[in-house]
Design a protein around this ligand. Structure first.
Ligand code: FES
Length: 416
């Protein structure tokens, strides 16, 4: 077993940039193996124009990424996507990751997780599996993913426990399924999940396009939190329940990614290195690629990873704020999406001059559908936009048009 307290040495690793002396190494590598996915979730965080970035790294290139990341000091490794299991080399990658000393997690919809693959992944050394559900009911699970996968997920949950894997069940929460939180917890308990992650929707990517339909009300959140608290008291020993509160309802922003370029290193299917899941959506940020540059150089020296690292990039009101060390200015992607400038304070913060934008979105969500009028009602009545290749190609085409200005948030006549 590798000593995880020290970065693994490798030929050439002793040559480090000055930045390496002060910047800690990445701890968490997220390998987004592919954007291909059998599901079409309305809240997917993948980029809208993912079809323009689908030239996937080869097995050999991914193996190099794993070795370089481990040499840098990364210890946690998530394999995600899209659906990582659409690739047939996951077992090979897991085996090498295990040999290198990573703690490995497969983040999956369950589609493709056959008994054979579960056995092979166990033999390869996979540590645990995060299985997503969209709801506790077949109707809503299948509607929100635009697939018939609910029963399959149930079977996969049973099978992965049979193979001895610890299970994190993940369910993204929103306006439609927040009233079902008790049933979702019951389902997790019945299936023997050790952990349940109830992650309220973060409004990036496809979720941002569906924000009017997915945004919950304050009352829904408070009721769900009370349910979670009750189950924690009665079943906290059997299943650890995480409830991730949505930012929009807070007055201080989250310390997104635990700091830009601080612990998280993502690699997209095409090899683009990501300081956060949604970084591809930030204009003016050129993402370095693992095909062109060693991971060490990407982490310590690239503009993308240094752009919002630490505190020096901050403008007012963050620059003089006595809380800036705690939240690091919040989320850069949210700042861009809601204010048009990624270097602004996250407008979730009530010290931000743009905080009113967030307040208005929350107020709109709270207005009952019966009393809704105008744009709010119209937005909510729009059909949900599902993540699929046809819709993505339209976003990609719109983003490539000069007039679109690269803002791929404009819905270019996409179909639900
Ligand atoms: Fe990109 Fe928060 S999601 S910085």
């Amino acid at each position: 077993m590798t000593d995880l307290s020290q970065p693994v040495s490798q030929p050439g690793a002793q040559v480090q940039s000055d930045a390496a002396a002060v910047v800690p190494p990445p701890l968490w590598l997220l390998a987004e193996l592919t954007y291909r996915c059998p599901l079409h979730c309305a809240f997917c965080y993948n980029p809208l124009d993912y079809t323009d970035h689908n030239r996937e790294l080869t097995t050999g290139q991914w193996l190099d990424v794993l070795r370089e990341a481990r040499a840098l000091g990364a210890v946690q490794l998530g394999f995600s996507g899209g659906e990582p299991l659409v690739r047939d080399d996951v077992e090979v990658l897991v085996e090498e990751a295990h040999r290198l000393g990573f703690y490995t997690n497969l983040i999956t919809s369950g589609v493709g997780l056959t008994d054979q693959r579960l056995g092979d992944l166990k033999a390869a050394g996979l540590d645990h599996i995060q299985l997503s559900f969209q709801d506790s009911t077949q109707q809503l699970n299948d509607f929100l993913s635009s697939t018939r996968t609910f029963e399959l997920k149930q079977r996969v949950a049973v099978a992965l426990k049979r193979h001895g894997f610890p299970m994190v069940m993940n369910c993204v929460l929103h306006r439609y399924n927040l009233p079902h939180v008790d049933k979702i917890i019951e389902m997790a308990l019945a299936l023997g999940a050790e952990y349940l992650e109830l992650a309220n929707t973060q409004f990036y990517g496809w979720a941002r396009e569906n924000q009017a339909q997915l945004m919950p009300t304050q009352q829904q959140l408070e009721e769900a939190e009370a349910v979670v608290a009750r189950y924690r008291r009665t079943h906290g020993e059997r299943c650890k329940i995480f409830f991730v509160v949505p930012d929009y309802f807070e007055r201080r922003p989250k310390r997104c990614m635990n700091g830009w370029g601080a612990v998280f290193l993502g690699v997209a299917p095409d090899g683009a290195a990501l300081p956060c899941h949604a970084a591809r959506g930030l204009p003016g940020l050129t993402l370095p690629n693992v095909k062109d540059m060693p991971l060490r150089e990407i982490w310590y020296d690239s503009d993308a990873f240094n752009r919002f690292r630490g505190l020096q990039w901050m403008k007012e009101p963050c620059r003089s704020c006595d809380e800036k060390d705690r939240d690091l200015g919040g989320c850069r992607c949210q700042a861009y999406l809601l204010t048009g400038d990624a270097a602004n304070a996250d407008p979730v913060c009530d010290k931000s001059p743009f905080h009113d934008t967030v307040v208005k979105i929350v107020r709109r969500a709270a207005s009952g559908s019966a009393s809704e009028t105008g744009a709010t009602a119209a937005a909510r009545e729009q059909p949900i936009l599902f993540r699929n290749d046809a819709n993505s190609r339209k976003f990609a085409a719109a983003a490539r048009e000069p007039d679109a200005g690269g803002d791929n948030r404009a819905s270019p006549g996409v179909q639900s």
